[in-house]
Design a protein around this ligand. Structure first.
Ligand SMILES: Cc1ncc(COP(=O)(O)O)c(C=O)c1O
Length: 492
């Protein structure tokens, strides 16, 4: 037996050596072509090339036309590979600021002590759960730890309850899903000039419930973000949730508030966005900001609902590193008064945008709650028709002005601002000025395009061409460095 083992080890070592030689042959070839001596020293173009070679094409890049290579983050700022500083207005995951030292230290310290995802007792885990429960209404008292929500339509059932994903995948709505109109009082079915849009939108839910019941179905749940974030920063009108929660519960369903983006104080003053609607959900989902970038998420529910579940497990959910970092995030929110800051700084931002609203023909609406603000870009104030091209052009122009944001919403025409919560009123003033200037430029380009009668060129093409590499640049393989003039498709 011993002999057998020894000879087996000898053979294995030989094989490993052979594989290693083969691999080093191969990696040498790769190395010559694109690998530098040290990691993190790839040129922009090399990184882009490797991304194309090794990362799935369906994984979208922000600024698809001219992506950024961000190499460092601190507070509300991000730094690219050329050392340019950007004001980050979209990374709501880095809730208390990029690389906050208190959170980083907590993670590092715990990582050096213990990181196991196995089902052992953990002081950190129970302490974190207790702390979250104490921040919630009494009925929400049982926690389930996870590390992500899989909401983005990565599982079939979640695609089925995500109308935007259904549209994207060209899938029909299943008969167990009932999609109700988005309670958008700017461009939705019932607008701000109605006496009580909240009642009207809630009535749509009531009708949907009645129709489902008529068909012999039963209602299990209603799921909605208290403020719709990626759906275009839609703040539902007064009484909407109060009435909907009543109708759903009367039909035997439970109410789920998705607080993944809005939770932990983003909407100002309170920890949870549902609080401003004066409702208490039966289930809440939490995620993004919890670990300040470290994957961490949670479902909190009532004892009754929890007891109805048979078994649950999550490989990484509630691991000690995540809990240590999550606990540090809660410390920072409290110590740095980030709830009140979200309210006051968010107001600076919103007021700033309101002040330039009338000046800009393409600026349709400004709305939001706390440090979650959206600016809707339209063709004109009268029609309120969404203007995706102008919104996209604006996002790229803001990038040139070193401000990172994104165009979201079903029509991709709402510019969203949800920066790390350490954002200041001074930052808000910088952003408002940049938006003011960029919109003036976009409007001027738009005017020129509409005056040209010979060629009709969409606005986005004009903007994109500014970023496109010239054919000379395309041939220039390793030397290409300038971060602002790159075109994804031009790199082969
Ligand atoms: C509102 C909302 N809920 C849930 C999620 C799910 O997060 P994850 O990407 O961890 O699945 C997201 C992610 O973008 C989100 O925006």
């Amino acid at each position: 037996m011993k002999l057998y083992e020894t000879s087996f080890v000898a053979v294995s070592l030989k094989m490993i050596e052979w594989f290693r030689m083969k691999r080093s042959d191969k990696s040498n070839t790769v190395k010559k072509a694109i690998m530098p001596e040290k990691p993190n020293t790839l040129t922009f173009k090399q990184t882009l090339k490797m991304r194309r070679n090794y990362v799935g094409r369906s994984c979208k890049l922000h600024y698809e036309v001219a992506p950024l290579k961000i190499v460092r983050g601190s507070k509300q700022y991000l730094y690219d590979d050329s050392g340019n500083e950007y004001l980050d207005c979209v990374n709501n995951i880095s809730h208390v600021g990029h690389c906050h030292p208190h959170v980083v230290n907590a993670g590092q310290e715990q990582m050096s002590k213990l990181m196991t995802c196995f089902g052992f007792l953990s002081d950190l885990q129970v302490a974190y759960a207790k702390r979250i429960v104490e921040m919630l209404p009494e009925n929400l008292c049982v926690c389930y730890f996870l590390n992500s929500g899989a909401y983005h339509g990565n599982t079939e059932n979640l695609i089925k309850i995500s109308p935007s994903r259904l549209k994207q995948h060209n899938m029909p709505i299943d008969d167990w899903v009932h999609v109700v109109p988005c309670p958008d009082v700017y461009r939705g079915k019932y607008r701000e000039d109605n006496v009580s849009p909240g009642h009207l939108y809630a009535n749509e839910v009531k009708v949907a419930i009645a129709k489902a019941l008529d068909k012999g179905r039963t209602i299990s749940a209603f799921i909605c973000e208290p403020v719709m974030t990626s759906a275009g920063t839609v703040v539902p009108p007064a009484n909407f949730f109060k009435l909907v929660y009543r109708y759903v519960r009367e039909a035997g369903g439970v109410c789920i508030a998705d607080e993944v983006q809005t939770g932990l104080g983003r909407c100002g003053e309170a920890y949870w966005a549902f609080e401003s609607h004066d409702v208490v959900p039966d289930i809440i989902t939490l995620g993004k900001p919890m670990g300040n970038g470290h994957p961490m998420s949670m479902v909190v529910t009532t004892k009754e609902i929890s007891d109805s579940l048979k078994e649950f497990s999550s490989a990484y959910g509630g691991n000690p590193v995540a809990c240590a970092m999550g606990m540090a995030v809660l410390d920072v929110i409290r110590n740095e008064h980030l709830l009140s800051s979200a309210k006051s700084v968010g107001k600076c931002l919103k007021d700033g945008f309101q002040a330039i609203l009338q000046k800009h023909r393409l600026m349709g609406d400004v709305r939001g709650a706390g440090m979650l603000v959206g600016v809707e870009i339209v063709e004109d104030k009268e029609s309120r028709k969404p203007n995706k091209d102008a919104a996209e052009a604006l996002v790229y122009k803001l990038k040139e002005k070193k401000i990172i944001t994104s165009n979201e919403g079903p029509d991709k025409n709402v510019i969203i601002f949800q920066p790390p919560m350490c954002f200041t009123c001074e930052n808000a003033a910088t952003v408002v000025k940049a938006v003011d200037d960029a919109l003036t430029e976009v409007e001027e380009e738009d005017r020129q395009v509409s005056m040209s009668s010979d060629i009709i060129v969409p606005l986005s093409v004009i903007t994109a061409s500014k970023h496109k590499l010239s054919s000379d640049d395309e041939d220039d393989d390793d030397e290409y460095e300038s971060p602002s003039k790159r075109f994804y498709e031009g790199v082969d």
